[in-house]
Design a protein around this ligand. Sequence first.
Ligand code: A2P
Length: 340
Amino acid sequence: MTQKSFNIAVAGATGAVGNQMIDCLEERSFPIKTVKFLASKRSAGKQIRFKGDMTPVEELTADSFKGVDIAIFSAGGGTSEKFAPCAADDGCVVVDNSSQWRMHPDVPLVVPEVNPHAVSGYKTKGIIANPNCSTIQMVVALKPIHDQYRIKRIVVSTYQAVSGTGKKAVDELFDQTRAMINFLDYETTVYPHRIAFNCLPHIDQFLENGYTKEEMKMVNETRKIFEDDSIRVSATTVRVPVFYGHSESVNIETEKPVNPEDARSLLENAPGVKVMDDPKNNVYPMAIDAAGQDLTLVGRIRKDESVDNGLAMWIAADNIRKGAAVNAVQIAEILAKEHL
Ligand code: A2P
């Protein structure tokens, strides 16, 4: 029997995440019949290499999705708001990387290692949302512990790479670093302050409650993905001068007693997780190990001595790959195998 193949579109194909999505489709041998690369008018006609052929970028319009089976979007919230419904009206299923649709009650929010069953909820709106990069790596690591010990509370601080902001931010960190080590003047255009040799406790807009939008994404998305609104989450999200790879310090409080050894062995057998936890030999997850690969790295697993039942750990993953492109392509794989 020949394998079924699909007409695929990538919206935002010229961006940092879009580029990785294209690489992932190729690396993972996604069953593709035809492929379309979409971006803004500015990029129309640019060529992108895919499976050895050069394919021209087309301008994204409301008519781009006729005959397309699956469209993976990473072109900003406004573009998803406007064009994802057009694609769905044409019978195309959208996997959207923006935050636009994540909390919509009729849009599933999926991390394939955690809640793959939720994909089937796409039928109402024709859209599936990819969670925030920081949420994805945290829930991949916490899901096995939640299933076994029930997590009641999470306190997380993130150390997020500039690539999460897009290509302009990668350039800004590079330019500022080069300028500073040469005692030259530098410009600050992407972030409100210098990012080189600095940490900014500020990702996305501040809200009335004092948290940022990024922090509240971690709260609300974790609850939606775990299908458990009772979990209490407090997040502090920080931009750090790292190019690729988000790291997180995570403390959890569980209902049932949990010890680090049992948590470590659960995580050693968990899908998508690699335990790197041998501090005596300086082995722990680092952004430089996370970058360029697809697993969520977990280490520094220890008892949180400030509560009765608690653990502390350190988690790192590639924010552009597992935090965005890989997760979206994994969702598309479930659609292709089980639903289309
Ligand atoms: P373009 O390169 O033509 O501007 P990044 O997150 O790295 O900044 O990438 C954003 C992606 O979204 C790019 O591919 C960009 O295309 C695309 N994009 C941004 N705005 C639009 C728009 N209004 N219509 C279509 N694509 C857009």
